[in-house]
Design a protein around this ligand. Sequence first.
Ligand SMILES: *Cc1c(COP(=O)(O)O)cnc(C)c1O
Length: 230
Amino acid sequence: MIEKRLEQVYQTIAAAAEKSGRKADAITLIAVTKTHSAEEINRAIRAGVTDIGENKVQEILEKYDDVLPVRWHLIGHLQTNKVKYIIDKVSMIHSVDSIHLMDEIERQAKKHNIQMDILIQVNISGEETKFGIRPEEIPEFLAHAEELTNTKVRGLMTIAPKINTNMSNRLHFDNIREIFIDISAKKYDNISMEYLSMGMSGDYPEAIEAGSNMVRVGSAIFGERNYQNV
Ligand SMILES: *Cc1c(COP(=O)(O)O)cnc(C)c1O
């Protein structure tokens, strides 16, 4: 089941990439594994998954030792006091939405003598998702990030509102793509706009067509989430 669904997701990604003039390998698939067991995750890894996403620190810690080698992404809201638990486990934090959090990531990354890659979570829909900074706040954020040594901004992340119509999310995706391009055109120290993380099971083809190069897909691979497991 997982293998079959994964194959379909890869095909859908390839088709959407082609529509936007890119190759499938320009898009990173992050298999979102929240509520799923290490065993299910390992099946996906054996079938080709290289990157997985979890939205809770606790779940990462519970599964970490049982999951095959893979890149872990923290994609959900991160409390400042929990950074220390995952700093040496994840390769990217997608959900950075305060300067305070950025500073704690910097502090912990220094302590471990590593570089942590982060994405700035931008709230493009205004009110519908709770987390993420407003586009107006981005310049202040980037100015702060320029001063960091062990924390590197590598792009933007967004969560589109729950789909009402496809049209409305396309608009959100296009908006953030524009912001992404604008920032890319400017020169900042220590900041590279390489990754635009947007698109989930319900809308990833559309997000890719709008310029996303990192999609976070859960239920389309693993089926319904099983909240009894967490
Ligand atoms: C759960 C989650 C996803 C994946 O959602 P699906 O609809 O199952 O693909 C993507 N991004 C974030 C931040 C999530 O929490």
